[in-house]
Ligand binder design. Sequence first.
Ligand code: NZQ
Ligand code: ZN
Length: 386
Amino acid sequence: MKDFIYSYPTKVYFGEKAAQKALPIELETIGKTIMVAYGGGSVKKNGVYDEICGYLKETGKEIVDFSGIMPNPTYKKVQEGAVLARKKGVSFILAIGGGSVIDCCKIIAAQAVNDQDIWEMEFKNHKYPKEFLPMGAIVTASGTGAEMNNGAVITNEDIKEKAGVLGAYASFAVLDPGYTMSLPKKQVISGAFDTLSHSMETYLGSPRDVNLSDEIGEAVMRNVIRNIRILLKDMENKEARTELMWASAMAENGILKIGKVTDFQVHHIEHQLGAYTDCNHGQGLAVIHPVLYRHMYQDSVKQFARLAEKVWEIKTEEKTPEELALAGIEALAGFVKEIGLPSTLTEMGITDKSVLKKVADTCNLTAGCCKKFSREEILQILEECW
Ligand code: NZQ
Ligand code: ZN
């Protein structure tokens, strides 16, 4: 295990009526003008917006409404939010939504108090913002765990890059599983697969000998697989959504990453696929994972074999470590089909094959991955995903 320092800046209020418990305490110490940021309107339809604004008004806050944050949030939307926050003198940002809304707010929080363009600061000057407007997150779609970290995945459409930008941490997060009950099945499943992906990509990082973080990760992965299966039989099962909501946070609150360098090669490919096609994140991951892993397992047979045994519960019997590793990858591919996620890019509705080379040429190649992929092999993988 690598040396580490662990501390966490986000206070979590979890469970029924968590917002009612959290807001009076958390709002007491913040300024009067709150930006309430949300997406395309789901939070208005399911009543969450009215409930939260009710609490804000009870404590005498003034609301600055910022709506229309799209899935795969754009850098333009970030700038629009930052301009509004400055103009209205916003003192606190409250994100209500899934990963897209929360991520957009993390960078609004940075840009609103920094004169330099944040993208330029981070990607050209390799400096990171130190000042932020404070923010909180009310989670309505679980899976990304975005409420638990300060990395925001933002699409810069002008340069066709979907990249991780460092922004603000939410000082508190409200995780009320009841808020996710209106989430459509497709998003519930793709979000939960995202959590599984985060756990796998952490597990398969380095060092490659099992440590406590990996053993906790195995439990998270088994939990996600089990609860997705429960939901497939009964989408209204609140206990399963509750488990998935905490699993989502667990995969991104740093605990599984303690002592590790993570892999996240699948994510980096998927993000660039998103930059070119605006595809659904969890679906993109589902397509790429098994294909990439067939190219990767021989460089870390022991880890893949353990994943097969401990997570996919495959009996070792007479299998060689290679056979076991491969059986685990095929179990993952079978699971993707079982839960109704796409197995090919065409199934996802992607029609322009010319994007594959652009994705292969522009995605990050990650340091924690057991295999150093060439761009040619990434292209081959993407072609096998077609
Ligand atoms: O926009 P509205 O109308 O709110 O609808 C949203 C959106 O269409 C809907 N939704 C959310 N809560 C709902 C609901 N519909 C009904 N009832 C509710 N309670 O769900 C749709 C998808 O929302 P979105 O926020 O885009 O989904 P998700 O949470 O999967 O976030 C995806 C984004 O997060 C990034 C992804 O790349 C993508 O941009 N990620 C962020 C990460 C992070 N910050 O740690 C890690 C991830 O790996 C990921 O990359
Ligand atoms: Zn993800």
